[in-house]
Every structure is written in structure tokens, then in C-alpha cells.
Ligand binder design. Structure first.
Ligand SMILES: [Zn+2]
Length: 335
């Protein structure tokens, strides 16, 4: 779980909310909106921990050490109810692609009882726009007059897909995309070493969630390194065949490959323009390239990737796509 302090760069509304959660005077209906990856779920989860934490000192909530905090972190706290599509309170729920009305009914039944560990219930509805019409209608009344000690934390990307009556019963909180530096800081605060955190923050492109997800994902870093070494590390034309043979059956990874290369090129361009770091070093010819390349050179790289993507879509044999791409990249770097 992310410490609540990590969310402070999101602004005053968030810091006020954190204070209210710690002092147990938070609103009973909160609607957290924002683009995918800005940390809506992470914030809701940490707020739930602060609300359920049993530490008497409001200043340290969530303490991360008490029984309640441990259970919230493990998502096993009996008074924390998380609703999302695909994971249903009512195992008989038929509609797996929405949050169905049966789940809302089951939840209302749970919050109308005394809490297990206190007099509180925290209900997080992830992607609240996944509630179908019936579910939203069913939620309305409880949202308007929640049982004592019940807090609803709704997250959504697009509040337009919610009934206006749901939206008007909640306090809105809009989260914003993060700067690379803020993502990096959160990652280091969560124990990621700074080189990895910097790289992850750059790859995350302002998405807090993606930064967290990839930072500890060794498979991701291995893949990334493999792409850089194979596609940018070659110096001879005979090496191209070796690489293309190795990758020829990995067409389903085409987009992931192109994304890694895209990121490398845009970082080189950024550094060339003095706009920031490239993160980890690239193979030597590319390091040199990134010191002398001009705008047309970068445009060429971009065009090479666009063409490769187009060829994949047009069902050109993947091995051929790779060979042509690497050849173009080699010509660009040798210039
Ligand atoms: Zn605690």
C-alpha cells in the first residue's frame, strides 16, 4: 500500500481529505476520478486503511502495523468491501462484465449489519461506471443515507457514465497525471532503488499505477534489455539474421517491442533538446547518435517504427519486418 503522504503532490483537496480520514471526519461519499493509472485505487485503498486503522494516534494513520492495517493491506478486513466487475460478492452473479445489482444488494445487506471489528464499513467501488443502470439505481438510496460509519469510495475514469444523481451525492475528487519526478519519488519511498525508480518513472509516462506495476516486474526489465540489446546493439549486417531468427515467432510481442524502441528514441530526442535524462545508457553507437542527431534523424526513426507497425498490421512476415526495421536503424545510427 502507498503511504498517504505520497499523494500530497496531487494538491490541497487531497491533503485535506487525508487529514479528514485520519481524524475520522471524512465524507460518506467520495468520487475519485481521473485517467487510468493516476492512482485512484491506490488512494482509495490507503484512505480505507486510514479509516479502519486502530492506532489511537490520528497523525500516523494508517500505521501499517495494527491488525486492521494488515488486514486492509491483504484485502481481508471483514469491514472492507471492494466491488469490481469480475469479482462478485454474489458468486451466482451472471453478468461478469458489469457490477450487477446483485452485488449492490449483497453489499447493502453487509453494511446494514454491525461491523465486525468496529462500527465501520468501507465500500470501495472500483470503476464505478461498470455498475449497470439497475445497480446504480439500487445504490442511490444507501449512498444518500448511508448507515452510521459507512463510507463509499467510488473510483471512475468517466463520471459522465454515472447517473447524475450518483455523482451529486458524492464529493468529487479529480486526480491528475503525475510528473516523472513525483512518480520517481513515490517509487523510491516504496523501497525501489533510485536507478530503477528513475527508469520506471520514465517508462510510466505520468502513470503512477504503471510505475508501481513495472518497477518490481523483473520480466518487464528483462524484456526491455533484450529488445535494446537485440535491436539497437548490433553492428554487423550478419547479426540481423540472427536477431530476426530469434524473434520471428514472437509476433504477439510486436507492439511491446516497438514501445520499448519508441521510448528509447523519444528519450534520446528529449536529451538532445536538453529536456531531461535518457535513464539507463544505450549501446555506444546510440549514445553517440543521441549527442549529434538532429530533428530529421529522429523523424526517420519514428517513420521506421510507423512503417514496421503498418507492416505487422498488413500481415507481412514478422521476420521480414524485423530485418527491415533493424537495417533502417543501423543505417540511421551509422550515418
Ligand atoms: Zn493501523
Amino acid at each position: 500500500m502507498i503511504p498517504l503522504e505520497s499523494f500530497l503532490p496531487q494538491g490541497e483537496a487531497v491533503s485535506a481529505l487525508i487529514q479528514q480520514a485520519r481524524e475520522n471526519r471524512m465524507t460518506h461519499g467520495l468520487l475519485i476520478s481521473g485517467e487510468a493509472g493516476v492512482g485512484k485505487w491506490s488512494l482509495a485503498w490507503s484512505l480505507a486503511a486510514a479509516l479502519l486503522c486502530e492506532n489511537p494516534d490520528a497523525g500516523v494513520k494508517p500505521c501499517g502495523k495494527c491488525k486492521a492495517c494488515m488486514e486492509v493491506a491483504a484485502l481481508t478486513h471483514p469491514d472492507l468491501i471492494v466491488l469490481r466487475k469480475g469479482e462478485h460478492l454474489d458468486p451466482a452473479a451472471e453478468a461478469k462484465t458489469v457490477i450487477p445489482v446483485d452485488d449492490i444488494k449483497a453489499m447493502i445487506g453487509m453494511v446494514s449489519l454491525q461491523g465486525f471489528q468496529g462500527n465501520k464499513h468501507i465500500v470501495i467501488i472500483r470503476h464505478a461506471e461498470d455498475m449497470n443502470q439497475a445497480a446504480q439505481n439500487k445504490l442511490l438510496k444507501t449512498l444518500e443515507e448511508p448507515p452510521e460509519g459507512t463510507h463509499f469510495l467510488l473510483t471512475c475514469v468517466n463520471a459522465d457514465q454515472l447517473l447524475p444523481t450518483i455523482v451529486s451525492r458524492c464529493r468529487p475528487l479529480k486526480m491528475h497525471p503525475w510528473g516523472d519526478r513525483d512518480v520517481m519519488r513515490v517509487l523510491t519511498e516504496n523501497g525501489i532503488d533510485s536507478a530503477r525508480a528513475q527508469q520506471a518513472a520514465l517508462d510510466a509516462g505520468g502513470s503512477f499505477g504503471k510505475g508501481l506495476r513495472i518497477a518490481g516486474d523483473e520480466e518487464y526489465w528483462h524484456f526491455r534489455e533484450e529488445v535494446i540489446q537485440d535491436f539497437l546493439g548490433g553492428s554487423s549486417r550478419s547479426g540481423i539474421l540472427k536477431v530476426s531468427t530469434k524473434w520471428k515467432d514472437r509476433k504477439d510481442e510486436a507492439e511491446a517491442i516497438f514501445t520499448v524502441l519508441d521510448q528509447c528514441f523519444s528519450r534520446m530526442a528529449h536529451r538532445r533538446l536538453g529536456l531531461g535524462s535518457t535513464g539507463a545508457a544505450l549501446p555506444p553507437p546510440w549514445e553517440k547518435f543521441s549527442q549529434r542527431a538532429e530533428l530529421p534523424d529522429f523523424i526517420k526513426l519514428n517513420e521506421a517504427l510507423t512503417l514496421a507497425r503498418k507492416r505487422v498490421r498488413s500481415q507481412v512476415q514478422f521476420q521480414t519486418v524485423i530485418e527491415q526495421l533493424i537495417l533502417t536503424l543501423m543505417e540511421a545510427v551509422d550515418k
